[in-house]
Design a protein around this ligand. Structure first.
Ligand SMILES: Nc1ncnc2c1ncn2[C@@H]1O[C@H](COP(=O)(O)OP(=O)(O)OP(=O)(O)O)[C@@H](O)[C@H]1O
Ligand SMILES: [Mg+2]
Length: 465
């Protein structure tokens, strides 16, 4: 076998090869004296090979560390070096021959000024793009709904809405309570939109959807190098993003106890401490929280801090479930139909009297979100322009016409209609199957011994994510 050796290359080729194969190259001896430098490097430095040869490298190349590497023998890879007004990327290697440190070899990238400008332009456009997304994200931190989006004229609902409107202008903490799909998020948006803070960000965060170990850094941010994988330069937390505005802590009942203590401290001291940071930062943020859980019971059971509960519960707004606002159903349904029409490119869709009657009989465990889902399904299967019972899902179609006592008796919780009890039992069965299956839907459906499609349909109806 013939092995290639450098001796086989004519010596006068070598210089040309170095010129072609690497960007800019410099070789120094152990004292940092230049033994070799290629033309490209000299051209970039504004000098000539003749002028540069045999001179101390520091006198020829700005900010160089070649004389250091040639002494320490420690390589320096991808170091940024400022030369001639440009940021260059430098690699510096010790030159070891026959096991002895004899000098150093250095290269810097960017072959010529045009290339450098090309890179600069590319980086510049990436920086611009990043800036655009950053400002867009900040712009998106605004409320998207106002009180005019909250439809309904029934007494309990109007009372809740009026209270929310009245207190929106002050800075006190607000606790929104209501079943799933009753409009808690809509209320939070509207309160911010109607407040003196509306020009500042509205920052929603769902405490249930963020893994426990990330919640602290999401809320309070982190300093540079706080943990492995942390973004360089640190990251602002939601509290900082919401400064002067409103933070909406949704599903507050799902906040772990350890986090509850940290949140309490923030509310008391009005300052946050980023993860891995030493100093505290003052924040001026209004807090709105929401949950479908019974926080008082959680306090009794030791699952929610009582002191935090008092801090959050300065103004409590209870949003009534849809089954107690039967008079609002038609109006809300029509409003939703008008929105869906636009999305599905339909016109003048109406609801038949029979459908409205069936809607009023149903107990709506998933509240307005369930109503939204039902109407979306109807519009999808609609042939003409009137939604009739045959467009409804089966469970709504097959209701008997028995009057719903609970509907007219918000306080009376003694006897509920059977359908309501069944729906609630179904919902709970699905939720426990899901948690038994660790969130795996297919497995949960198996546990319940029902088909996958029907399982998904029920999840949708009961707004189970
Ligand atoms: N009063 C209302 N008028 C019209 N639409 C409403 C009203 N309340 C809620 N909605 C609509 O119902 C849906 C559910 O509302 P929202 O997300 O605010 O409920 P939620 O109480 O936060 O539910 P969850 O506890 O499941 O998060 C949304 O699409 C919202 O637009
Ligand atoms: Mg919500």
């Amino acid at each position: 076998m013939v092995s290639a050796r450098i001796d086989d290359i004519p010596i006068n080729w070598l210089e040309e090869i170095l010129n072609l194969s690497v960007e800019r190259i410099v070789v120094t001896d152990r004292d940092g004296i230049i033994l070799y430098i290629n033309e490209a490097y000299c051209e970039f430095l504004g000098t000539t090979v003749e002028q540069a040869m045999r001179r101390p490298v520091q006198e020829v190349i700005e900010n160089t560390r070649m004389h250091i590497v040639s002494r320490t023998g420690q390589a320096e890879i991808a170091a940024v070096q400022h030369i001639n007004g440009s940021e260059m990327v430098a690699n510096r290697f010790p030159l070891i021959v026959s096991g002895e440190l004899v000098g150093a070899v250095g290269t810097v990238i960017f072959k010529n000024p045009e290339e450098l400008h090309l890179y600069k332009r590319k980086i510049q456009s990436l920086v611009e793009e990043l800036k655009y997304y950053k400002t867009r994200e900040e712009k998106e931190l605004t409320s998207k709904y106002s009180f005019s989006d909250l439809i309904g004229t029934s007494r309990h609902f109007v009372e809740a809405k009026e209270l929310a409107e009245r207190i929106s202008v002050n800075h006190s903490a607000v606790l929104l309570l209501g079943e799933s799909g009753t409009g808690k998020e809509l209320f939070a948006h509207s309160i911010h939109a109607n407040s003196l803070r509306s020009a500042y960000p509205f920052v929603p965060i769902n405490c249930a959807s963020i893994p426990e170990h990330l919640l602290e850094s999401e809320l309070f941010g982190y300093e540079d190098g706080a943990f492995t994988g942390a973004k360089k330069g640190g990251k602002k937390g939601h509290f900082q993003l919401a400064n002067k505005g409103t933070i909406f802590l949704d599903e507050i009942g799902d906040m772990p106890l350890a986090m509850q203590s940290k949140l309490l401290r923030v509310l008391q001291d009005k300052e946050i401490q980023p993860v891995g940071g030493q100093k505290s930062l003052p924040v001026d943020v209004r807090i709105i929280t929401a949950t479908h859980r019974n926080l008082e019971k959680m306090v009794e059971a030791g699952e929610f801090r009582q002191d935090l509960y008092y801090r959050l519960n300065v103004i409590k707004i209870e949003i009534p479930p849809l089954r107690y606002r039967k008079d609002d159903i038609e109006q809300i349904a029509m409003n939703l139909v008008r929105k869906l029409e636009k999305r599905f490119h339909k016109k003048s869709v109406e609801l038949s009297r029979e459908v409205i009657r069936l809607f009023q009989q149903h107990s709506w465990p998933g509240n307005i979100r369930e109503l939204e889902n039902v109407l979306e399904r109807c519009i999808n299967v609609l042939d003409g322009s009137v939604i009739k019972p045959n467009h409804l899902p089966l469970y709504l179609r097959d209701q008997d016409a028995a009057p719903n006592d609970a509907a007219t008796n918000p306080a009376g919780t003694k006897v509920l209609p059977l359908k309501e009890i069944i729906a609630e039992a179904e919902k709970q069965a699905i939720q426990s199957a899901l948690s038994a299956a660790g969130g795996n839907r297919q497995q949960a459906a198996k546990l319940l011994d029902i088909g996958k499609t029907s399982f998904y349909e029920k999840c949708r109806i009961y707004s189970i994510n």
